[in-house]
Structures are given as structure tokens and as C-alpha cells.
Design a binder for this molecule. Structure first.
Ligand code: SF4
Length: 444
């Protein structure tokens, strides 16, 4: 839990001896609160203060990492209840549940559908993270065959949903070096599951129907020396689940209750396609770190992944595209060169208009820290110097034989200065992106 500089100061010796490199204990405390220095720089801190400060520096929600090959999913380690207070750091994982009693053909078809659930939106790739295999039939060989098929044909991180310990052990071995998630431990099986989790190295979901039982169960598991947990509050109506999730998150962030400081798993059991996606979005909003559902329709995933993209965007930082040159169409050395800012909404307003013109062009995005054209110009982030630096950095002069640069009409005022700084002839383009197709056609 984050602790303030003043709270840290109260725990320091207040000798102002400067041995830590700071002129006063207060200055040291303030830097410590910002994590700009380490506690061991002060040789005089008492053991008790050390213990308190070390514990307080642990994240309020444990960071859990699932992985497979080069793919990693980090969840947890959030520090705020509301996105506007800071931002959410680790986007929730999204996964599909497959049941092992599907026929072979159905199973193959589902995995193939899942593999296609990938979208591009405002320059970012939106895709799934997890694929869960739930045991519904009794033959362990079928479960292992299905898992083998998933591992051969999908790159997603597996979740093993079976409580058959012999089967689980074999299934875990099939996943080799992956850091997989296993569902689940409850009050009846937790000792066996924890022993297996320690032996086979996996993350464990721990499930209980109410928060008292969940707290007791987590305490028992912690006493066994195991902490790689994700919490599930069991099957119940959505409103009750949201209530439990909110209480758990408040306990860990506001009440400093470490016992409940673990990521949350939200499973959507509803089979109606619209309800599924509404539930998944609601769970993600409050406060599931992993959402699992059965639906594999592209429109469902597009809605859910778009919501995740927005929820985990930094509210203080506009969405940005990489600052570089983007060839639009089959460009040649005669293609026009346009500049704009790296604010995603601006960039993706300009880009389709260039495409609509059917005139292959280069579009250069200048790093304006995500500001739009007029705002960045007013804030001196879209300046002749910045544009000149960007066109040099992308070596556009090696890609085109002319030296003409088209700037947005709103910043026509910088024409002369930009010509002087860059050495390029500057052409003032239209003010609005909608004018680009006509402008480019008239230019050629
Ligand atoms: S070394 Fe410790 S006691 Fe000395 S000024 Fe720094 S914080 Fe204070």
C-alpha cells in the first residue's frame, strides 16, 4: 500500500545526519515515498520501522504473471479504485472457455474461430489472451487430447479447468514451460491443490461463495506458504458478484487488507450471446482482472476488447500512434508527403481521407504527445523545429525525389518558418481532413 512521505517521516530516526545523502530525514522520506531512493540508504532505521516500511511497499494487489512462450499476461498490481484517480496498469485478460465434451469437429471449428478473433483499432491490435479447457466428461484421455490440440493450434495461454488431480498433473506437464492457471481450489480440496501447485508450478484460482469463507481459505493457503492466487467468488447473480468484487477491491486498496489483495476472476456462465457480453463488460468494469466466457462471435469480442482498450487507456494521456512516416497505398518517389500529429483521433481521421483519394502518399506523424493539430500548435508541440526533426528522423528525403511538404491548413501560419528550418517547400493543405481527397487530386 502506498504510504505518504509524512507517514514515512514519522518512522525515521529524525537525526538529520545526512548519511542517506539527503539534508534532512524529511527530504529522505519524501524521496522514499516517490520511490526515488531506497530505505537501506539510512543506517539508523529501527527494525520495526523497516518491517512496516517494507510491508507498505508491497503492491496492494499481487502482480500475477501468466505466460506461454513469448506471450505474457500480467494482471493485478492496481493501485486505485477509479481510473480517473491515476490509471489502471495491467489490462484484464480475456479468454474463452471450451468444454471437452464437444465433438472433435466442433472442437476444431471452435479453436479455428478463436484464432480469428483479432482486431485492429486506432493503431492497436486487440486480441484474446487465454483459452480455458473445462472438463465436462470423464475420460481423461479426451481431455488431454483436446489440450494437446489447443497447444498445437493456438498461441493463447491455457487455463486448466479440472479438479481431477491425476489428470491435472498430466495436463500441467503437457503445457511444459507455460505459466498456466488452474481452476480451482476450494475448502474441500485446497491442500491437495496447493501441494500440486507448488510441485508443478502453476497459478491457482481459489473459490468460495462468500467473503468470510474466501478470507479463511486464503489465510489457510497462505499458511501453506503459497501466494500465487486469483480469486473467484463462485456462481451467483451478476449484481452479487459485482458487490463481492467491489468489496474485495475496496478492502485491498482502501482498508489495506492484504488477505484479499489478489486479482479477480470473472466467469460468465450466461449462454445468451448479448447477455454474455454485457456481463463480461460489467465484470471487467468492476473489477475482474480476467474475464472468461463461452461466446466466440467476432462482434462479441470486438465489443469486449474495445471496452478493455478504453478502460485501460491512460485518462491523462491521449491515445497516440508512433511518430514515423506511414506509406499509404503503393507509394513512389513522386508521392505527396503530408504531416499531421500523433494524436490517434487526428491521425485516423486523416489516414482514411488519403486512402479515399486513391493517391498513394506518405503521412508523417509528429510526436505532439497526443495532442491534436491546433492544441499542439498552441502548446508549442507542433512546431517547425519538431516537424523538421521528424522528417529528418524518418529520412523521407531518401524516399521521395521532390521536396514538398503538405501541412494542415490550421497551421498555415508556420509556412515560412518551416520552409526556412526544413529547406522544404511547404504547401498549405485543407483545414479539415474531409478536404484531403479533393486537395490531393487537384495537386496531381
Ligand atoms: S540517514 Fe537516516 S537519520 Fe540520517 S538524515 Fe538520512 S534518514 Fe535521517
Amino acid at each position: 500500500m502506498a504510504i505518504s512521505g509524512l507517514e514515512i517521516y514519522k518512522l525515521l530516526p529524525k537525526a538529520n545526519c545526512r548519511q542517506c545523502g539527503y539534508s534532512t530525514c524529511l527530504a529522505f522520506a519524501l524521496q522514499l515515498a516517490k520511490r526515488e531512493t531506497q530505505l537501506d540508504k539510512c543506517p539508523h532505521v529501527s527494525e520495526e520501522a523497516k518491517k512496516i516500511l517494507t510491508e507498505s511497499s508491497l503492491p496492494p494487489i499481487r502482480l500475477i504473471t501468466l505466460s506461454r512462450d513469448k506471450t505474457q499476461l500480467e494482471i493485478g498490481n492496481e493501485t486505485v479504485l477509479f481510473r480517473h484517480e491515476e490509471k489502471f496498469h495491467h489490462p484484464a485478460g480475456v479468454g474463452i472457455i471450451l468444454e471437452d465434451d464437444l465433438t472433435e469437429d466442433e472442437f476444431i471449428k471452435k479453436v479455428s474461430q478463436i484464432n480469428k478473433l483479432r482486431f485492429e483499432r486506432i493503431g492497436q491490435i486487440l486480441d484474446l489472451n487465454l483459452i480455458a479447457l473445462r472438463q465436462k466428461q470423464k475420460d481423461p484421455k479426451i481431455y488431454l487430447d483436446r489440450l494437446d490440440f489447443i497447444l498445437e493450434n493456438s498461441l493463447l495461454i491455457p487455463i486448466l479447468m479440472t479438479e481431477d488431480k491425476t489428470l491435472l498433473s498430466k495436463a500441467r506437464d503437457l503445457c511444459k514451460d507455460s505459466q498456466v492457471l488452474v481452476y480451482c481450489a476450494d475448502i474441500n480440496n485446497y491442500q491437495d491443490m496447493v501441494n500440486l501447485a507448488k510441485e508443478k508450478n502453476f497459478i491457482l484460482v481459489v473459490k468460495a461463495g462468500n467473503l468470510d469463507e474466501l478470507t479463511t481459505l486464503i489465510s489457510k493457503i497462505n499458511l501453506e506458504g503459497f501466494e500465487d492466487l486469483i480469486l473467484d467468488v463462485g456462481e451467483k447473480p451478476l449484481r452479487n458478484k459485482i458487490w463481492d468484487f467491489t468489496q474485495i477491491r475496496r478492502q485491498s486498496l482502501k482498508k489495506k487488507n492484504r488477505i484479499l489483495g489478489y486479482p479477480l476472476l470473472g466467469i460468465v456462465e450466461n449462454t445468451h450471446p448479448y447477455q454474455q457480453i454485457l456481463e463480461a463488460i460489467t465484470l471487467m468494469a468492476k473489477y475482474a482482472n480476467i474475464v472468461l466466457l463461452g461466446g466466440t462471435e467476432p462482434w462479441q469480442m470486438l465489443a469486449l476488447l474495445t471496452f478493455r482498450q478504453s478502460l485501460y487507456a491512460d485518462p491523462q494521456k491521449p491515445l497516440q500512434v508512433e511518430s514515423k512516416d506511414y506509406p499509404v497505398g503503393s507509394v513512389t518517389d513522386k508521392s505527396p508527403v503530408l504531416v499531421t500529429t500523433n494524436f490517434s483521433l487526428t491521425f485516423y481521421t486523416v489516414l482514411p481521407e488519403i486512402e479515399a483519394s486513391k493517391i498513394p502518399s506518405y503521412l508523417i506523424s509528429v510526436d505532439t504527445e497526443g495532442m491534436s493539430v491546433l492544441t499542439s500548435w498552441a502548446a508549442e508541440k507542433f512546431t517547425p523545429e519538431k516537424i523538421t526533426e521528424t522528417i529528418r528522423k524518418c529520412r523521407i528525403e531518401e524516399k521521395v525525389s521532390h521536396r514538398s511538404l503538405i501541412i494542415p491548413g490550421y497551421v498555415a501560419v508556420m509556412k515560412a518558418d518551416l520552409e526556412e528550418k526544413s529547406g522544404w517547400q511547404v504547401i498549405v493543405g485543407p483545414r479539415e481532413a474531409a478536404g484531403i481527397p479533393r486537395f490531393l487530386k487537384n495537386l496531381s
